[in-house]
Design a protein around this ligand. Structure first.
Ligand SMILES: [Fe+2]
Length: 296
């Protein structure tokens, strides 16, 4: 059991994208998401939640914000008090922000790298209008695990650990520290953090790159959806960043495709869920037990 002030799940992901029409087509035809398309703001749906991805028209083609869901108002207030005690500026969501996010309560703040964070209570659940993928597939694995996960670069590993682990109350599932090739120095050190039994909702490493976001991950219920989507990408000339493979740490069988914004989407199946009573923080020196080769 996580602390009272810890997020229950990563409920939604905001992306700043330059080509909304391309994204609408990509989300529906490649990813299998329902698209509620707007001219400046679009909502992508994958389960009972009225949306899980928010696309905002812009120029950055990068991560826009992370939306953390709290169990209830008391948990939101506990988090707010904790953030403010640590000197983090917190704003209450405006009426317009509540409407745009379709939640009953919302606070806004930033992580140590300046990444926009929101913590909410009471997301709109649309059980009377069940999710229907626009293409043939099973369904996405979400529920209490949240929408999926993201990996990103941060300005300071130490400051981000202090923020996500010590302040937000997330837990460190493991580290991946790839062994450098002979003669090549590598300081890559990736931290994987969870807030529920999904092995990680967020992973990060310290590096300066043009984009914060490396990839976001969507998990499907049937392994055939991974294989079918892999070949759908091939058939429709969607670039494969990393071919089919199995991750060492969360056991995810997945591949990575390029999105219209340049960062990747991981499409995966079969991840291990963390049992809090037995899990111990692990160290891995390779990210994949097989596959995930560049270009597929
Ligand atoms: Fe991933």
């Amino acid at each position: 059991m996580m602390s009272d002030h810890a997020p229950a799940q990563l409920a939604y992901l905001g992306l700043n994208v330059s080509d909304l029409p391309h994204w609408h087509d990509y989300a529906a035809r490649i990813l299998g998401l329902e698209v509620d398309a707007g001219s400046d703001l679009s909502y992508l749906r994958m389960d009972d939640y009225s949306y899980r991805l928010l696309l905002t028209r812009g120029t950055r083609d990068d991560l826009d914000l992370l939306g953390w869901e709290m169990r209830d108002d008391a948990a939101l207030q506990a988090l707010r008090a904790r953030l403010e005690a640590a000197g983090v500026a917190v704003r209450s969501g405006s009426r317009d922000a509540l409407n745009a996010r379709r939640v009953t309560a919302l606070i806004e703040f930033e992580d140590p790298s300046g990444i926009r964070m929101e913590a909410c209570v009471g997301p709109l659940i649309e059980r009377a209008r069940p999710f229907r993928s626009p293409r043939a597939m099973s369904n996405f694995v979400t529920g209490a695990l949240g929408f999926g996960h993201i990996t990103m670069t941060v300005d300071s590993l130490d400051k981000s650990l202090a923020f996500y682990r010590d302040l937000l109350g997330m837990r460190l599932s493991d580290w991946v520290r790839p062994q450098p090739e002979r003669g090549v120095e590598s300081h890559l050190n990736i931290a994987f953090l969870r807030c529920n039994s999904r092995h990680h909702s967020v992973a990060f490493w310290e590096m300066q790159l043009p984009k914060r976001l490396h990839h976001f991950m969507l998990q499907v219920a049937n392994v055939d959806d991974v294989g079918a989507t892999y070949y759908l990408c091939k058939d429709r000339d969607v670039p494969i960043e990393l071919g089919l493979g199995r991750h060492t740490n969360d056991g995810m069988l997945s591949f990575y495709a390029q999105t219209p914004s340049g960062f990747s989407v991981e499409y995966g199946w079969g991840a291990t869920e963390v049992d809090e009573t037995t899990w111990r923080t692990q160290l891995h020196t390779t990210g994949s037990s097989w596959g995930h080769r560049p270009g597929g």
